[in-house]
Design a protein around this ligand. Structure first.
Ligand code: NDP
Length: 354
């Protein structure tokens, strides 16, 4: 079934990888036709995530030309063959690709109806990032009440939500953020310790984490900054602690070697970088656990997807989880959104109005 649909639309297309200038705003891009198991959604609002920048630069591979954007909220405009459970007019949120457009054809399996009492904007400020936080805090490392947790980029789209969820669990949170305004925001969420890791005083954030935890280090680190923080995170985690590397905002974490420090095979192993050396010397003696998860691995089945979306919606409905929209940008300003995200200018979540 379809409502009357245009044949062309506004969309942002990337033909080759590069800087924000490769994001082309087009006004006559073809409206897709929903295929087997798909819905056509008219996006009311779309989310912009840091991951979009990885696909734009080529850090993560994807076929080009590509319409970027991994999530949207809006109305079902057409139902493809065998896309059961949805009707034209349903208000939905989806996780797929091609959200930087007025219309997106998305798998029904990765689409959910938005309950009454929750706005499209609230959902987009917490959908991909909130599901990430909920699954990582429950499954990658089940955080317990009273544990010390270090969260980097705590004022960001994911960090803002993670800080709140951790406080709901009763964890003790140390948040890092760049600049006084971001730090005030994180403090306002109830973080126990906030460190401005860009300031002169906060540069030695590892020392501050150690001080806050009585010299012991944190139980778990959630590190999405990567290159600039991985080394400090390894230092700041306690013996038998866990590090969760889940993003590359400053660049990727170097490849991880696994030989044991005192084993005979160490002599056979050529340590060719400072990074290798550090990994080997810190990881083994401290018996640190390392994880490198992705949200999509936790929501593969419909049951898993609904479990986390229901949890998110009930947190939003009850007011236990607050969202923060950095700004709603018109679709034609997409390059500016990427510039602001990569320039560390955003607090909370940037959204896009198609
Ligand atoms: P954010 O809103 O958190 O933006 C990134 C933040 O990282 C910046 O605001 C900045 O905060 C901080 N940062 C530190 N160093 C740099 C740098 N050199 N360049 C740019 N930013 C830097 O983005 P998202 O909420 O969209 O995503 C957060 C992270 O989580 C990303 O790394 C993303 O890839 C990851 N992620 C991973 C998922 C997964 O499944 N593995 C799913 C969702 C997100 P400050 O100024 O405070 O330093």
């Amino acid at each position: 079934r379809t409502m009357s649909l245009p044949t062309t639309m506004k969309a942002v297309v990337v033909e080759q990888t590069g800087g924000p200038e490769v994001l082309q705003f087009q006004t006559a891009y073809p409206v897709p036709t929903p295929q087997e198991g798909q819905l056509l959604v008219r996006n009311n609002i779309s989310g912009v995530n840091f991951i979009d920048t990885y696909f734009r630069t080529g850090l993560y591979a994807s076929a080009k030309p590509e319409v970027l954007g991994r999530e949207g909220a809006g109305t079902v405009a057409a139902v493809g063959p065998n896309a059961s459970g949805f009707q034209v007019g349903d208000r939905v949120a989806w996780l797929a690709t091609s959200g930087y457009a007025e219309y997106t054809a998305v798998p029904a399996a990765k689409t959910v109806k938005i309950p009454d009492g929750v706005s499209d904007e609230e959902v987009m400020a917490s959908f991909l990032s909130g599901l990430t936080v909920l699954s990582f805090v429950k499954e990658t490392y089940p955080v317990q009440k009273g544990e010390w947790v270090l969260v980097h980029a705590a004022a960001g789209g994911a960090g803002f939500l993670m800080t709140q969820i951790l406080k709901t669990i009763g964890a003790k949170v140390i948040g890092t953020a760049g600049g006084p305004e971001k730090c005030a925001l994180v403090k306002g969420l109830g973080a126990d310790v906030v460190i401005d890791y860009r300031s002169e005083e906060g540069k030695d954030w590892v020392k501050k984490v150690k001080e806050a935890t009585g010299g012991r280090g944190v139980d778990v680190v959630y590190d999405s900054v990567g290159q600039d923080t991985w080394e400090g995170s390894l230092e700041a985690v306690k013996r038998k602690g866990t590090i969760i590397w889940f993003g590359n905002a400053s660049g990727p974490v170097p490849p991880l070697p696994l030989p044991y420090d005192h084993s005979p095979c160490m002599e056979l192993y050529q340590m060719d970088s400072h990074a290798d050396e550090l990994f080997v010397r810190k990881l083994s003696p401290k018996c640190v656990k390392v994880a490198r998860p992705t949200l999509f691995g936790y929501i593969e089945t419909r049951e898993e997807f609904e479990y986390y979306t229901n949890e998110l919606f009930s947190l939003l409905k009850s007011g236990q989880l607050k969202t923060k929209i950095h700004k709603v940008y018109p679709l034609e300003q997409i390059a500016q959104v990427h510039i602001d995200l990569e320039g560390r200018k955003t607090m909370g979540k940037p959204l896009l109005k198609p």
